[in-house]
Write a protein that binds this ligand. Structure first.
Ligand code: SF4
Length: 446
């Protein structure tokens, strides 16, 4: 018999990186499968789930703010995600009277515990005749792109990072499991697959590259093999969080063939050898410029995006200058920079290296951003006059917004597309580029 009570409503806040977003999607998929509904507002919902980020102090502050808002507007709050791994920090931020309203606090990937806490807060309706979940799951990203998480955890021990402590060592998903998920997504209309993990190029090491059966063939859990198979599904495939290990060179072949987008997201973080050493970064970073050169020879239109940390403890003016010189040589397409923030529990805090004063950090960050802006503006200008394939993200009455192969959603630039015919999100159109600034392009659909 079917339950006639109105479906319980859950409000969901998802903070943090794409990896956390994938965790959120799994929780939401499970709750929707059980008959829960999602609410757009905290007010009136039966409970609120806050998926937090605990990577930097600023992310922690944002997470605490979101928890505070949920307590105020709703009063029944379940906390999960990276910051949930440190419940004492969360409790310390709120008065004791709120403790009973924090129904549960769980760490990252604790799907079962989150779902159990929701069951305790408000029991699931049961209706075996209703199939509420589409086969591809419920996604929080727009219909036309999806993040595909290929592994959890990380075997590296970068000194500024507590992710391995929070999420443990690398655990890769078998290749067939990833490919089945990707196939379902593409069948459901996804036009772009964004491959994510903590260290995408290390994929499969823990499985010793074991084969698994996908369709009529066996696919090895290897970065190259997985990328090749994903590339044959008919969607754009974009690789994030890749480290410059030697075997990344092989993937250039797939980019040159057009199977994988000519795009690499490699968090270099710095260029000065002693800073990289103190950061304990993976990959052979001393020869990255050579490597970038070789990659561009193989794939001339390769776009590289990266992130950097300025003001890491012990970073001298010479180190910083070396970073600026490196940046000028590397001519990266998209760059983000963070000022180093002390992270409680991260080894970088116990290295005994002198902290860079806040005003020096600020100044270096501004110099870094100005240098990159000039590089970026030059590179963007070179795109004027070209015809680019653009995936439309947002339809508009006269101008739609989209992205070329060289830009990932949310972190990179936009192409503003004028068109005489109406464009829909998910359309791929050819656009003649007519203008550029340091980050975005403008053009007309042809
Ligand atoms: S590669 Fe380094 S920064 Fe990235 S998750 Fe692993 S330890 Fe953290």
């Amino acid at each position: 018999m079917s339950d006639t009570r109105p479906a319980p409503r859950i409000s969901f806040v998802s903070l943090g990186c794409p990896k956390a977003l994938v965790d959120s999607e799994r929780i939401v998929t499970r709750l929707r499968a059980e008959g829960y509904e999602l609410s757009r507002k905290h007010e009136g919902a039966d409970a609120v789930i806050v998926n937090t980020c605990g990577f930097l102090d600023s992310a922690k502050a944002e997470s605490l703010e979101a928890i505070g808002a949920a307590l105020k507007e709703n009063g029944r709050v379940i906390v999960t995600g990276c910051m949930g791994a440190e419940p004492e920090q969360i409790r310390a931020a709120f008065p004791q009277k709120d403790f009973s309203n924090l129904l549960a606090i769980t760490g990252p990937q604790a799907y079962e515990s989150v779902v159990a806490a929701v069951h305790d807060a408000v029991p699931a309706p049961h209706d075996p005749f209703l199939d509420l979940v589409p086969p591809q799951g419920v996604r929080l990203t727009p219909r036309h792109y999806a993040y595909l998480k290929i592994s959890e955890g990380c075997n590296n021990r970068c000194s500024f990072c507590i992710i391995p402590k929070l999420r443990g060592d690398l655990v890769s998903r078998p290749a067939a499991e990833v490919l089945r998920e990707a196939e379902k997504l593409v069948k459901a209309g996804v036009k772009e697959l964004l491959v994510i993990s903590q260290d995408t190029s290390a994929y499969g090491v823990d499985l010793r590259y074991a084969e698994s059966a996908f369709g009529d063939r066996a696919v090895r859990a290897r970065f190259f093999d997985l990328a090749k198979e994903l590339g044959s599904l008919g969607a754009w495939v974009r690789l994030h969080y890749v480290y410059p290990y030697p075997h990344v060179d092989e993937v250039m072949e797939l980019m040159a063939e057009g199977l994988v987008l000519p795009y690499l997201d490699i968090p270099f973080q710095h260029a000065a050898p002693n800073v990289l050493k103190a950061m304990k970064r993976p990959g052979k970073q001393d020869r990255t410029l050579e490597r970038i050169r070789a990659w561009r020879e193989a794939v001339p239109d390769l776009a590289i995006r990266s992130t950097f940390i300025v003001g890491f403890p012990g970073e001298t003016e010479d180190d910083f200058q070396l970073l600026l010189d490196w940046l000028a040589e590397a001519r990266l397409d998209r760059v983000g920079a963070f000022k180093y923030e002390p992270v409680a529990g991260a080894p970088s805090e116990t290295l005994g290296l002198p902290a860079v004063p806040a005003e020096v950090k600020e100044q270096r960050w501004k110099r870094f951003m100005a240098a990159q802006q000039a590089i970026s503006a030059r590179l963007m200008k070179q795109k004027v006059g070209r015809r680019l394939q653009v995936l439309i993200d947002e339809a508009g009455p006269t101008v739609a917004k989209g992205r070329s192969k060289y830009d990932a959603p949310e972190i990179d630039g936009t192409v503003h597309v004028a068109s005489r015919r109406p464009l829909r999100a998910g359309d791929v159109v050819t656009v003649k580029i007519e203008a550029a600034d340091a980050y975005d392009l403008k053009g007309t659909a042809v």
